[in-house]
Structures are given as C-alpha cells and as structure tokens.
Write a protein that binds this ligand. Structure first.
Ligand code: SF4
Ligand code: SF4
Length: 272
C-alpha cells in the first residue's frame, strides 16, 4: 500500500523559495488552537533540547513525560513523537486557550505548518527535498482563508525554521549516513547509544563528566568547559564526534595513548 510519503512525493506540487501561498494564524481565527490535538509531531534532538530547557526539566524527565519512542521505518532508527494527552480530545500538553504555551520553543513541525517538507533522500545523500502546502480536504484550518500572502522563503524566515534546520543539520546528516545504504541497520546496542546520545542530552553530559571519558579521549580544556555548560555545543559534539566514532568508527575522536584497547572493549568492538 502506498505510504503518505510516497503519495506526497508523487502528487504534491514542488514549491520553490519564491512560491506563494495565503495563510495566517492568530487568536482571531475561529479555529485557534484546534489543530494542536491528535497530531503526530516528530521531535528532533534539537526540539527536545529547546523544549526541556524552556520547561526547566531534564531531558530524561522530558522524554518520560512528553514523548513516545518509535522506530523510523526505513533506517530503523529510534525517534520520538510528542505525546498527546490521554483523553478524548488528545490535546497537545502545551496548548492553552491562549495558544501554545511554549511558542518561542515550539518544535520544528509546528513552525513549518502549513508547509511540509518532503524528501526522497536516501543514505549517501541522493534524492530531492521540497516544501509543499499541507492542505487536506476536510481541514479544520481556516488560516488558508486569510488574506496574508507569503513566499515560502518569507515563511521559513518568519517562523525561525532556518535556525532549527541549521541546528539539526548534523543530526539529519547522521540519519543519512552511508552506513544505512543497502538496508544495513544498527544493532540493538548501537540503537540504544543513538537514542540516548541524541535525545537524553543531560544523560550524555553525565556520561562524559561522571566517567573516565576524558581520561580516554583527548579533548582540550576549552572544549571540556564548553561541554559542561552549553547544551547546543554538547549536542553538536555528541552527534558529529561521539556518535560518528562510536557507531561508524569514523576518525572523529582522538583516543589517548594506551586507551584504544580499553575504549574499544567498552564499545563492544573486537580488538585484533
Ligand atoms: S507544541 Fe505548541 S504549537 Fe505545537 S502542537 Fe503543541 S501547542 Fe501546538
Ligand atoms: S487550525 Fe490553522 S489557523 Fe487554526 S490555529 Fe491551527 S494553524 Fe492556526
């Protein structure tokens, strides 16, 4: 059976940055807040970082209270979706009569709407990516009846989508790593490492600072200090350095002399 993604890739008009659409969303629209219920909202690691910080809770608490873990079908990668309230309305836990209570830190998907992003990219990077307008036949959204006209470029800028795209670039690249070509998947242990490192960023910090991590890897004092206090730098390090090393054996971490064997064993690698 054809998936939603396949249908979008086949049927949706490809929007360019200059393409125009009419839309406005504000407290005056009669449907205000109605769309924030019963929706699947995938969260990137950067979304989780922003949301747990604005809520003032740890990443582990956030994951437990507000997310549901899933496996991405194609690469079998662990991801999370926002957990809706467990009642008839299935509202987002962050919606109120006044709108989104975490508006400045709302996730990427909420910023994009009414645009979606379709991608046929495969591991290794080949494929196309384009924006489309998410218009369903029986939509409750009356924002399309408003007069305000946008270009795609204007919308993405206005909603800070470009900032979120930039902050998630290294994560997206990781999910398209050539390792996943030819249906190769992570094993159970690697999946757990991927999930914990990407999403439980406070746990990753503990792993670094409350273990022998810095005895085993050569990391400058400046970087260490930054990783201690800067969540965004920590997430970037986690993805571009640690996970590429731990999952794909890329040369992104410098192992201290004599620690190679011990580190390899800790990762479950066979030492020749
Ligand atoms: S995070 Fe905010 S914008 Fe997104 S669904 Fe929830 S209430 Fe709506
Ligand atoms: S349904 Fe559309 S117009 Fe109404 S609140 Fe949601 S996004 Fe805004």
């Amino acid at each position: 059976m054809e998936s939603f993604r396949e249908k979008i890739l086949r049927d949706s008009p490809r929007l360019s940055p200059e393409s125009k659409f009419r839309f406005a969303c504000n407290p005056e629209v009669p449907c205000f807040g109605k769309c924030c219920a019963n929706v699947n909202i995938f969260l990137t690691p950067y979304d989780v970082l922003r949301m747990k910080n604005v809520l003032g809770i740890t990443s582990a608490d956030f994951l437990e209270r507000y997310t549901i873990p899933l496996l991405l079908e194609e690469q079998q990668l662990p991801v999370v979706v926002l957990r809706m309230e467990d009642d008839d309305e299935q509202k987002c836990p962050f919606v109120s009569d006044g709108g989104c209570t975490i508006y400045d830190d709302r996730p990427w998907s909420c910023r994009m709407y009414p645009l979606g992003l379709a991608t046929s990219k495969i591991p290794g990077g080949e494929g196309e990516e384009f924006c489309f307008v998410v218009e369903e036949g029986d939509t409750i959204c009356q924002g399309f009846n408003e007069d305000r006209e946008w270009t795609v470029e204007e919308w993405l800028k206005d909603q800070d989508v470009n900032v979120f795209n930039r902050k998630s670039e290294s994560y997206m690249q990781l999910t398209l790593h050539p390792h996943f070509l030819e249906n190769k998947q992570l094993d159970e242990r690697q999946m757990q490492e991927f999930f914990k490192t990407c999403y439980d960023i406070d746990g990753f910090r503990r792993k670094l600072f409350e273990s022998s991590f810095f005895d085993r890897f050569d990391i400058s004092d400046d970087v260490k200090e930054q990783l201690k206090v800067d969540d965004e730098a920590l997430l970037e390090f986690a993805i571009t350095k640690w996970l590429r090393f731990a999952l794909f054996r890329e040369n992104t971490m410098v192992v201290k002399d004599g620690e190679l064997e011990r580190g390899a064993k800790a990762l479950g690698w066979k030492v020749e």
